[in-house]
Design a protein around this ligand. Structure first.
Ligand code: NAD
Length: 519
């Protein structure tokens, strides 16, 4: 089905498992194993960010549709949670294979709606695929613990068990990777899952759902609803939903954390960032400049781990002219065009916001070393393009430093010492990621020890941990107790049942009741 949809038959319908009578394809809901048309009267347009043409429509699911989706999850949970762990593992083994076989088609669906380059979109799928591969280790990850002979004839052991129905709310910037952080781990642990993709990029999630169905996931184990605030509130409030995974902005994430927690749910909330790269004068210059350029402008800066802020320590500030030249050489183009390095931003509003923050930086005293505003992309004049932009002489009180820009803008601060750089970073409210570029092990060690950020790269610009570890953003970038994927992801989706049992070998008769606390 996937291939027939994609093989040139309906290029604008990529990512939607559906056709409608109107010329614009509609995104279906996925309820109880069926891709169904919503009966909603409220629909949102989906745009290709390179052209701003409407490429699809997505419904705001009705209350009845959302209830049907949760009911389906609840019914499926009864049998899914009792399905053997080996059977669940087999489904995800097949799933990872299907994702591999369809990686190019998934990437095309991402580029169409999200705008990133095809190569980057494949990376988006690949990083999610790695999480699915790791989910296949569930048989080891779900092991409980035992302690025999805690007293005579008595043993204690634990089971790691699923929670029930879990739900995920995803952002627009990683249409494959982030949903794949969510439902595969939740489901392989025995939970059923209600997914709400970003209303701006739902197509890839629909393809992923179809592949999961093809891999053998029973009806109702994954349901998908669409929408905005009403769908989010529904997820936060429905009593059958036991846990919520959120990734997105602080505005939404803090709200969801509070509303979901108040309703007694587990919530993990990965949010915004301002990631600093510290450039020491002893760093490998060539390598560092390339890493900075790639990590600041890749995906048009729309990554939560984008290295959007550089602190040049001491004489490393002399490298700025080369950094500017290398950045200028990046090719801005539609994501599906050969050789494109920097694609468009998600929306005209995002573009206007990024341009506003650039101008605000200039007005507040920053120096515009490279201006990507007014970039012209031939054939894509209506796209949301901003070219690589560099602002230097930035200080911590400027708006462009305080706000997450989420665009292809690198802001540059200077520091005389490493201590000064660390102190600046630790005063910033976010704690998602950071990197240091140095050839000195002691400098690197001091940095990793003292910097208060959850994910640190040493000569690695975007240190997103592989799935056997967890995504450990901290401070203002995270709310919750247990992080996404890895061991912590398994913990998030499971609860522990502890059994203490006594089997007496000889005469088991208890002669009199004991009223004191058993020790
Ligand atoms: P967003 O918060 O606008 O949207 C995320 C989800 O929340 C969407 O599904 C959306 O429908 C919903 N939503 C949006 N506004 C809401 C509101 N006011 N109330 C309730 N729900 C709401 O985020 P986005 O623009 O899609 O994504 C970009 C943001 O995500 C950036 O801040 C980025 O740093 C962050 N992000 C963080 C991580 C991470 O792991 N820390 C990863 C990717 C993206």
């Amino acid at each position: 089905v996937l291939r027939s949809l994609i093989n040139n038959k309906a290029p604008l319908q990529l990512g939607r498992m559906c056709y409608s009578s109107s010329s614009v394809p509609t995104t279906k809901l996925f309820i109880d194993g069926k891709f169904v048309e919503s009966s909603s009267s409220e629909w949102l347009d989906i745009h290709n960010p390179a052209t701003n043409q409407v490429v699809g429509r997505v419904p705001k699911a009705t209350q009845d549709e959302m209830l049907a989706a949760v009911d389906s999850c609840s019914r499926a949970y009864r049998s899914w949670s009792e399905t053997s762990i080996l059977s669940r593992q087999q489904i995800f083994l097949r799933y990872q294979q299907l994702i591999k076989e369809n990686i190019k088609e998934l990437a095309k669906a991402i580029t169409l709606e999200q705008g990133k380059t095809l190569a980057d979109a494949e990376g988006d799928v690949f990083r999610g695929l790695q999480v699915v591969e790791h989910a296949c280790s569930v048989t080891s990850l779900m092991l409980g613990e035992t302690l025999p002979s805690i007293t005579k004839d008595m043993d204690t052991y634990t089971y790691r068990l699923p929670l029930g129905v879990c739900a995920g709310i995803a952002p627009f910037n990683f249409p494959a990777m982030i949903p794949l952080w969510m439902f595969p781990i939740g489901m392989v642990c025995g939970n059923t899952y209600l997914m709400k993709p970003s209303e701006r990029v739902p197509g890839c999630t629909m393809l992923l759902a179809k592949l999961l169905q093809d891999a053998g996931a029973p009806d109702g184990t994954l349901n998908i609803i669409h929408g905005q605030h009403a769908a989010v509130n529904f997820i936060c409030d429905h009593p059958a939903i036991k846990a919520i995974s959120f990734v997105g902005s602080n505005q939404a994430g803090e709200y969801i954390y509070e509303r979901g927690s108040r309703n007694g749910k587990r919530v993990q909330s990965n949010m915004g960032a301002k990631n600093h790269g510290v450039v020491m004068p002893d760093a490998n210059k060539e390598n560092t400049i390339n890493q900075l350029v790639g990590a600041a402008f890749g995906a048009a800066g729309q990554r939560c781990m984008a290295l959007s802020t550089a602190i040049f320590v001491g004489e490393s500030r002399d490298w700025l002219p080369e950094l500017v030249e290398r950045s200028r050489s990046l090719r801005v183009n539609a994501g599906d065009q050969p050789g494109a390095d920097v694609g468009p931003l998600i929306s005209p509003e995002a573009k206007a916001r990024v341009e506003y923050l650039i101008q605000k930086g200039v007005d507040e005293g920053a120096k515009l070393l490279l201006d990507g505003r007014n970039v012209r992309v031939k054939g894509y004049e209506n796209g949301n393009f901003v070219g690589p932009t560099i602002l230097s002489n930035v200080t911590a009180d400027m708006t462009c430093y305080k706000e997450e820009i989420f665009g292809p803008v690198l802001i540059i601060l200077e520091a005389d010492t490493l201590d000064e750089a660390i102190s600046l970073i630790n005063r910033n409210p976010y704690g998602n990621g950071t990197a240091i570029f140095t050839t000195n092990g002691a400098t690197a060690r001091k940095y990793t020890h003292e910097v208060d950020v959850g994910q640190i790269g040493v000569n690695v610009p975007i240190p997103v941990p592989l799935p056997m570890f967890s995504f450990t953003g901290s401070r203002g970038s995270f709310r919750g107790d247990t992080n996404f994927y890895g061991k912590q992801g398994i913990q998030f989706f499971t609860q522990i049942k502890t059994v203490t049992s006594q089997w007496k070998a000889e005469d088991a008769t208890v002669t009199s009741p004991a009223v004191t606390m058993p020790t």
